[in-house]
Design a protein around this ligand. Structure first.
Ligand SMILES: [Mg+2]
Length: 334
């Protein structure tokens, strides 16, 4: 069966059920001209949107429709986490190629819905059209945050510790396994999972914003080496990263030992970690670490903000150098 067999409205009927998990008075979801939802006083609405194109952001040959749907929403959720907010309403627009079956399309929505359910997100609306060749998904996601708690990239201060809320490089290692070492994939389930179905750090982002202890925050989508530049630029500061502090999972270490990839490129140059990158003053660092650790979350100090505008790295052997991005660009898939 194909989308055209039941048409857009038939399709809407099929995806409508289970899409709203927080029905409330005044809410209008999928199926009307507009979706309507309430804005509470004292709260800011966050809105983020991401478009994913087949062959540009993902390969249909190596991802199941479920994984594509899941990951498309995960990337958006991670952006809401980066502001410290709570995700609320998702709008999913999709361009469907001829060779994607209705079953596959519904599976893609199943992946999205599973993650949506986990984080109390409604799939509130969207648009569906046909595509001549590639699958395209655009998700717009709203979130809410108390007006005075939102965190931005621009708030970092000189001397702030630079911290991350998860291991670095697992997703990049997972991608390398998927593309280049398929026979070994089953030995690295966590790396594969981290690449296909990462859990966005919504809880961590909320804990950070509610603590009022951090000065700036974003999420790591392009890799620490690239993303720290956004905080630096927005805050008009430089940064120093310490290679020996980069946190890694056991599976990542095993992957390094077995395949000997370019370490820095894999750890901080590829990205899709979807953990949070934040800065906190030195005096607030221990308290914030305690807040996150007490909730069972990871929290690692990987460097500090500095005067100037350069990004430096201190290698394990103690040598300090400017961290260049060139040379990794061709490796990046997106
Ligand atoms: Mg982001």
């Amino acid at each position: 069966m194909k989308l055209k067999d039941i048409g857009e409205f038939g399709f809407i009927d099929k995806i409508k059920h289970d899409a709203l998990i927080r029905e409330y008075l005044g809410l209008v979801g999928i199926g009307d001209d507009c979706a309507v939802f309430r804005v509470e006083e004292g709260k800011s609405i966050l809105l983020t949107t991401d478009m994913l194109l087949e062959r540009v952001h993902f390969l249909r040959e190596v991802m199941t429709p479920y994984q594509i749907g899941y990951k498309a929403l995960a990337a958006n959720l991670s952006d809401i986490a980066a502001s410290g907010g709570l995700p609320k309403e998702a709008f999913v627009s999709i361009a469907v190629p001829e060779d994607l079956s209705l079953e596959e399309l519904l599976e893609l929505y199943d992946g999205m819905k599973e993650l949506a359910r986990k984080f109390d997100v409604n799939i509130t609306g969207g648009d569906t059209t046909t595509s001549l060749q590639d699958l395209v998904i655009n998700i717009a996601l709203t979130g809410e945050i108390e007006e005075d708690l939102a965190l931005y990239r621009s708030g970092a201060k000189a001397g702030d510790y630079i911290c991350v809320t998860g291991f670095l490089g697992d997703s990049a290692a997972g991608l390398d396994l998927i593309l280049n070492h398929r026979k070994e994939m089953h030995n690295f389930p966590q790396l594969i999972k981290q690449h296909f179905t990462p859990i966005p750090h919504i809880e961590q982002g909320r804990a950070v914003s509610r603590s009022r202890l951090a000065n700036s925050m974003m999420d790591i989508s392009d890799g620490l080496a690239s993303d720290i530049r956004h905080i630096s630029k927005a805050s008009k500061l430089g940064a120093i990263l310490y290679e020996e502090r980069f946190p890694h999972s056991e599976e990542f270490q095993k992957y390094l030992a077995e395949f000997n990839p370019d370490y820095l490129k894999t750890a901080i140059g590829v990205g899709e970690d979807y953990c949070l990158l934040l800065t906190v003053s030195q005096q607030n660092y221990a308290r914030l670490k305690e807040v996150l650790n007490n909730l069972g979350h990871q929290f690692y100090n990987v460097g500090e903000m500095a005067e100037g505008e350069e990004i430096h790295i201190v290698y394990k052997n103690g040598r300090k150098a400017i961290l260049e991005l060139s040379g990794w660009d061709q490796f990046k898939e997106h």
